[in-house]
Write a protein that binds this ligand. Sequence first.
Ligand code: PBE
Length: 272
Amino acid sequence: NSKEKLGPQVNYTITGIDAGAGEMSTTQTAIKKYHLGVSNKWQLQPSSTSAMTSTLDKAYKNKQAIVITGWQPHWMFKKYKLKFLKDPKNVYGKAEHISTIVRKGLKKDSPGAYKILDQFHWTPSQMSDVMLEVNAGKSPKTAAKQWIKKNKKTVDRWTKGVNKATGKKSIKLTYVAWDSEIASTNVIAQVLRDKGYNVTIQSMEMQPVWASVATKAADATVSAWLPKTSAKFYADYKNQVEDLGANLEGAKVGLAVPTYMTKINSYNDLKN
Ligand code: PBE
């Protein structure tokens, strides 16, 4: 019923993801800055990416109202017609990039792996291709292998100037199990394996990801969303890690709704 106010239709609830995600704390800031909380009753419901996307799927099939913590690249934008809400107060920032963060000393210890990680750079649409395959039921490892086969030219750029490693050097990558990071981590892990590295990947919460690289328990992560989403961790750890810069540009974070919610276009509209 599109004449009804939005709030009661969704119980004044924003369907969120894991509590540790940067987007969750940014959304708490948005609730404050747009005065959505307390008297306007809006609250952010933490869950997980899979719980959020299955709630979205149900709402979408029934053309019901829903407000989610969205981000791009993500298959949700390919599978459903969604729009980000306009953010006139610029709480979420304009555009994000995803950086590759490595441990200090990696360049000296594993120059080949360091070079591949440094040269790793792809586009939102390439990342989405891998995510869609995983969403369709492929294992992340299989999806990564197939993507590598189909994108030889791109992968050749990442491995340019790197000889095949001998003696099975070990590389450990840490990541948070968001769909986007499952895709990127599995792809770069496989590229490193194909160059003779013995690669393990381990998923954990965002703070331990940063701590693992800072303490050299892990060699690298390709999942640092900046400048906003992981700003707190970047500030805490930037002196203890090496930032190799963006592996992907043009990422975006913010609340999103299905396009059939024609009257809801901005954070301010949530109050109406
Ligand atoms: N995300 C996806 C993460 C970064 C990647 C937007 C859910 C976050 O909020 O921290």
